[in-house]
Unconditional design. Sequence first.
Length: 368
Amino acid sequence: MRDAKLAALVCIGSALALGNVVTAQPSTDPPPSALEQLARRGASTMTNPYRMVERWPALPDGMTWGAAIGIIPDNKGGAWMMFRSEPPINYIDASGKFTKSFGRGLLVQGHGFCMDRDGNLWVGDSGPFAEDPATKGRGFQLHKLTQDGKLLLSLGKPGVSRAGTDTFVGPTACAVAANGDIVVADGHWPRPASAQQDGDRIVVLKPDGTFVRSVGSLGSGPREFMGPHALAFDSRGRLFVADRSNNRVQILDENLEFVDEWRHFGRPSGVSILKDDTLIVSDSESTNYIDGPPAAPEGGGRVLRNPGWQTGIRIGSSVDGSFRQFIPGTRPEGLAGDELGNIFAGLTARCDLSPSGGCLQKWVRGSR
């Protein structure tokens, strides 16, 4: 033992003599917080007071399910829905009946929408996920429509993916600020090779479409984004960004300055905040692998997207980040809660296995 200690001291002394400092190498990842440790356990520690409404909604004859990516509740038990099928924009009442459908041929890849103060729909088209001759000259735009489907405005240059004052990288979501401005998440992963690869940002527009400003770029630091995927405002005017490929919810103040980042809500695909500041976050990808060539700057190969986490819906508070409830067994991207206590969740794959009967799920409180 004495010889071993002496050998160790000699090694350390030699290293110092050569000008090398012998220190333990810290992990590059921050240690998980108490909230993060709790969140990782998910279903084993959290209650789930919700049940899914089976066979809701009723798909009309002649329509087929597409990925349900955008949801705007009407606070009456129904919702506006965006599907990646034709027609993409639909209104579904509380009974599950489709009462409005429009937008055929408008979008390449619908990806999130919002409703302004005048009741108009702002519809994002993130463009194709890869080079596709069939969609050349289309996509990467934001459209403004009435609730009857009349096109009022199209922003961005079709087929052009650039972070400019009159172009988008690929709008994925929008939300309406307290002053009526339209705030847009811009930059979807994956994206075509011809698209701007470092343009991930948040864009602010006036209701008439006038460009105000943008913040952010590709990265993992404060006010940097890697595929901003969904947006929601809380009662204080703070913007919550589902910074999906960074595995975090990033919080910006009313001036779009960095406030905080929360990693204990998993890998966020959707985010919704109610009037009482209940925070609802969907995680559709934590247990997915990235296969083959890199699909995003986070890398490629056989890489687990968010190790140690479960997919599902996490429910907590936007005030203090506390974590209350967890709905397991679902993998939604589109997400929105309403003031009646319902949660609408949109699936993008394996819709045939959902008890709802399709790509849209409605979760209500209470037992069967």
